[in-house]
Design a binder for this molecule. Sequence first.
Ligand SMILES: [Zn+2]
Length: 133
Amino acid sequence: MVYKRRKYHYGDTHLKKKWRTKRRTKDLDQIDEDLKPQNAEKLLNQETDLDKPGSAQFYCIHCARYFINNTALEDHFRTKVHKRRLKALELDPYTIEDSERAAGHGSFNFPEKRKIETQPHKDDEVPSKRIKQ
Ligand SMILES: [Zn+2]
């Protein structure tokens, strides 16, 4: 049996993907908020949530993603997506002050560059665990 074609063109899917809500992750300015020490602490030590992948115990704070286990998380740290994200987060997020400066109020200054590093590995926090293995 031949089904009627549902799709007639495919060229623009990648543009829409970013705005899909199913796998919508946080925007960079929201992640910037998460990177503040008091928020980061909370996100990296989340309570066990069985609805989240890996019970919310393996979270990449820069990409706002959950991983199923430590291996998946470590693998993710080595991927292009993650490294690209670290680069994107190096610049301070665009603020209202920036837009006012662009409109001619105040003086322009370059967005501050900061060093963004991958969060501490879980294994590093518990050195005794590694010896046992
Ligand atoms: Zn990541």
